[in-house]
Structure formats: structure tokens, C-alpha cells
Design a protein around this ligand. Sequence first.
Ligand code: CU
Length: 216
Amino acid sequence: MKPLICMRSCAVFVAGFGFAITFAHAASVRVHVVDQAGAAVQDAVVYALPVNGKLPATKPAGAVIDQVKRQFVPMVSVVRTGAAVSFPNKDNIEHDVYSFSPPKRFELNLYHGIPANPVVFDKAGLVVMGCNIHDAMVAYLLIVDTPWFAKTDANGMATIDNLPADSYTVIAWHFRQSDPNAQPTRKVSAVGGDGSATFALKLKPAEQDEQPNAAP
Ligand SMILES: [Cu+2]
């Protein structure tokens, strides 16, 4: 029994130590995104690039984009370059997911359930996905060269957490921008406390087929 007890104690000690280090040095950046009329913008992607270019060599976190009631859920996702994304089909009909976007051209031929292999997105940029059967289905995946990103909530707010204290270029993107490739930036210091940034994006009006659970 003794070795077991020792192993558990060591694990608790290491976990506690790791938390203390993270807590002492981590900062966050609070981002507010509005449109040209000052209204809160939901589902904007915001991400932070360190000015010194130093990025952690950690493995990119994976992501899941479901298909539910003939919609991609979520419609907007963000991952770090190199991330593996799985596309489970939770409907009782087949979907055929594809993209022609330059960072990743791919097709998952007609399928039910979970495809055997996730799709790896190894280049930064915007990938727009659709379904070859259901034209109303659309999803946006922004691939960014940083692990520090977030999406705005219904109040247009997002928090980028666990940043080392440093200076950052914070960047915002939204799929309804008049210029879909626009990525305005703000310089933010997260040295000696948390930082904040506000973006006012010029957006096109929402289309009807962007409403959740729209009729197919
Ligand atoms: Cu489909």
C-alpha cells in the first residue's frame, strides 16, 4: 500500500505547485466587440499574439464541430494552427462536409456518426465549410497562430485567459464583416495587471439562414 499512498501525495503536491505558478504569472485581456451602431456583437473571434513572438510549444487543443438539425454547431470556431477537429453528425440523415478554402481543402464523404479521422488544420487562415447536400449549412473556422483566443458572448464580451504577463497584439474577426478578411488590431499591455481592448466592426446585416435551427 505504501507506494500507492506516496504516488497520490506526490501528484497532489505537483498539481498544487503548478497552480501556484500559473496563478502568480497569468493575466487576462477583456475584449468588447460592437458593430457600427454600437450594438454588442456575438461570435466575434478575438485572439492575442505576443509582441515578442514567444509562443508556448504546447500541442494545439482539438475541437468538435457537430451537425445538429442540419446546422453546424457551433457555427463559428477558432483553433490554434495544427489542431485536429472532429465533425460528428448527430442527425439521422447523412451529411457531406467540405471546404474549398485555401488553408484546408477537404471533403468528408456522405456519413453518419463520427468520421474515423479528425481533420487537421495546419495552416492559419479562414476555412468556410458547407454540406454538399444541404446548401443552408455553413460553418466558419478561424485557424490562428496562438493558443490564446476566445469568442464573444451575447454581450459582445470575451476574455482571453492564462496569458503570461506581456504585451500583445489583440486581433478581432467576425464572419459578417463588410470585408470578410479584415482583422483589426489593438496593442494591449498585460504587464502588471489585466488588459482590455474594444473593437467597433463594420458588419453586414444578418441573413435569415444564419438563425439557429432555420428551416432546411
Ligand atoms: Cu448536410
